[in-house]
Ligand binder design. Structure first.
Ligand SMILES: Cc1ncc(COP(=O)(O)O)c(C=O)c1O
Length: 374
């Protein structure tokens, strides 16, 4: 959709990346460490000062204790951490439960490792998890469950009750968990991020994945990290060593310095303003929505506008109305069409205003609301 947006010069709310400036301080730090000569391979696990900052952060935020030496690894983005954890744990015929709609890197990594994705479909508008259904799909072959909270593309979050259910389902099993928490700081209305790290019984079987790209508006730097108990991290590192070996050195030094002032704590308020502004701007449109609870995505229901398939409508909006989104069916294996489009509101106010103007100008098709008689 980004390519189509570029071709048609449409406002691009499709791909998930911010279009505002990165902190000048962080850019200067990157520059500083590059000039200072931090340009050769970093240690495979990542530099220790950055791992220490991360250990302090998760203890502060989630009360979780991780050993920076043996239980934290710097990665080249969240995607690499997810790929590495899957490759480390999954073998031919292993089943991995994933919830759809799902971020698109899970299933291919499972299949590349010879595993079988077992899809649990969450349905619009609330995308809640039916744990009875999950229980039924767990077999002797289930080796892993992948969760994602706050959720891309749904904008939902997992609750404490969800985490308790996950705890029940996985207890007395050898199932490992990947908890994709790249949007850990983007939650709204005072909601609390339910990290698996708050739940010791879940943490002991989890790879927890994060992305500096999401937190510091630097998706193009591809920097992230993974936390896991030592037995799992040992397996993770066996793969990490031969996937990338190590991640950009000067970026690690810069991030270690930058994290000291805990600037990530400003993120919920920053994005709350964006979400609220975007929703206010489109309140006069024909789209329906449940306000996003987390992540920088908002799904909009267009069933009052047209009966077109979401893919067709997204293409039409890009070409004819100059506004690009992602059809939510793209996040489903079976391409379920709930007449939903995903919009990224990590954009400047100016971009959001231009986008909203276009969204508000979209009229319903003539066929909508009419009863067809034969
Ligand atoms: C749910 C989710 N997980 C992981 C990632 C990947 O993060 P990174 O860009 O650090 O690889 C993304 C990026 O869009 C995401 O939305």
């Amino acid at each position: 959709m980004s390519a189509l947006a570029n071709e048609y010069k449409a406002i691009n709310l499709s791909q998930g990346f911010p279009n505002f400036e990165v902190s000048e301080e962080l850019v200067s730090l990157m520059n500083h460490y590059m000039k200072k000569g931090m340009n050769q391979y970093a240690p495979m696990q990542g530099i220790i000062s950055l791992r220490e900052r991360i250990a302090e952060k998760v203890q502060d935020l989630y009360g979780a204790v991780y050993n920076p030496e043996t239980e934290i690894n710097i990665t080249s983005g969240g995607t690499q951490a997810i790929y590495t954890a899957i490759t480390a744990m999954i073998r031919e015929g292993d089943e991995v439960v994933i919830f759809e709609p799902a971020y698109d890197c899970y299933a291919p990594a499972i299949q590349l490792a010879g595993g079988i994705p077992v899809y649990i479909q969450l349905t619009a508008p609330d995308y809640s998890i039916d744990w009875t259904k999950v229980k039924k799909l767990i077999t002797q072959k289930t080796k892993m469950i992948i969760i994602n909270t706050p959720h891309n593309p749904a904008g939902t979050i997992m609750t404490a009750a969800d985490m308790k259910e996950l705890e029940k389902i996985t207890s007395n099993s050898e199932i490992t968990i990947i908890s994709d928490e790249v949007y850990e700081h983007i939650l709204f209305d005072g909601l609390r991020h339910e990290s698996v790290m708050r739940y010791p019984k879940l943490a002991e079987r989890s790879f927890v994945v994060f992305s500096f790209g999401k937190t510091y508006h630097t998706t193009g730097w591809k920097m992230g990290y993974c936390l896991a108990p030592e037995n799992l991290m040992t397996e993770f590192r066996r793969v990490h060593q031969f996937v990338v070996f190590s991640s950009t050195t000067f970026a690690q030094y810069a991030l270690a310095d930058f994290m000291k002032n805990k600037n990530y704590l400003e993120l919920p308020a920053f994005y709350q303003e964006k979400r609220d502004y975007f929703l206010k701007l489109i309140s006069g449109s024909k789209f329906k929505f449940i306000p996003s609870k987390g992540s920088y995505f908002q799904s909009l229901d267009y069933s009052d506008i047209t009966k077109e398939k979401d893919f067709d409508f997204a293409v039409r909006l890009t070409k004819e109305n100059g506004i690009a989104s992602v059809p939510v069916s793209a996040f489903y294996n079976k391409k379920n069409d709930y007449k939903m489009l995903r919009f990224c509101f990590a954009k400047t106010n100016e971009t959001l205003e231009q986008a909203a103007e276009k969204l508000c100008s979209i009229k319903a098709d003539k066929t909508i609301g009419k009863i067809t008689t034969i």
